[in-house]
Structures are given as C-alpha cells and as structure tokens.
Design a protein around this ligand. Structure first.
Ligand SMILES: [Zn+2]
Length: 105
C-alpha cells in the first residue's frame, strides 16, 4: 500500500483528507478515524475485540497533531488526549473504502 500523495487536515470541518491518487481523494471525519483506532488501549491485542466504546468519542473531537511514522503510517494526537494509535496506509485505505461503501480487492 503506497502512501497518499497528499494529506490535508481541515480543522474547521474536522476532516482528514487523503489523496490516494490523481483521481482518488478520501475525506475521513476525525471522529471516524479515532473510532477505528487499533492501539492496545482501544482494541484487545489477544482477542481483537474493541475495548473502546465508539459512542464515547466526542462529536466535536479535534486533531491536535499529526506526524509521519516512518513511511507507513500516521501518528495522530487527538483532542481527547489519545495519541497511542498508529494508522497505517492500509488501515486508512480500509476506513476510506468503508465510508465509500467499497471493498478493495
Ligand atoms: Zn487507540
């Protein structure tokens, strides 16, 4: 999975915009990304069961800081003080696809 060619953060609209190709742009709501966090706090590593109750993520969740983790993922610090999740390109593409009602082969 290649990195997006462009990444934009729209703080007012609470949207993380990922441009995957010249023709493919995904707009991911902050809250949706946060709800899909797969870190050890949010998901049980052994069972894969989600520990995080997605409904507890604030509607008005903000994004405080975003940085690259190597060349394979984004690290995001959210306004609810959660920053332990790494969002790989593959994971972000899966979230994009789910929002678009698409499955990727
Ligand atoms: Zn997490």
């Amino acid at each position: 999975m290649n990195a997006p060619i462009n990444i934009r953060v729209h703080k007012e609209r609470r949207i993380l915009e990922l441009q995957w190709s010249e023709s493919e742009v995904a707009e991911l709501p902050f809250r949706t990304v946060r709800q899909n966090c797969r870190c050890a706090v949010c998901v049980d590593e052994l069972t894969g069961r989600q520990i995080l109750d997605p409904e507890t993520v604030p509607i008005d969740l903000g994004l405080l800081e975003i940085s690259l983790a190597g060349n394979y993922a984004l690290r995001i610090r959210w306004s609810d003080n959660h920053d332990s999740g790494l969002f790989t390109w593959r994971h972000l593409a899966a979230i994009s696809d789910a929002l678009a009602g698409r499955t990727r082969p």
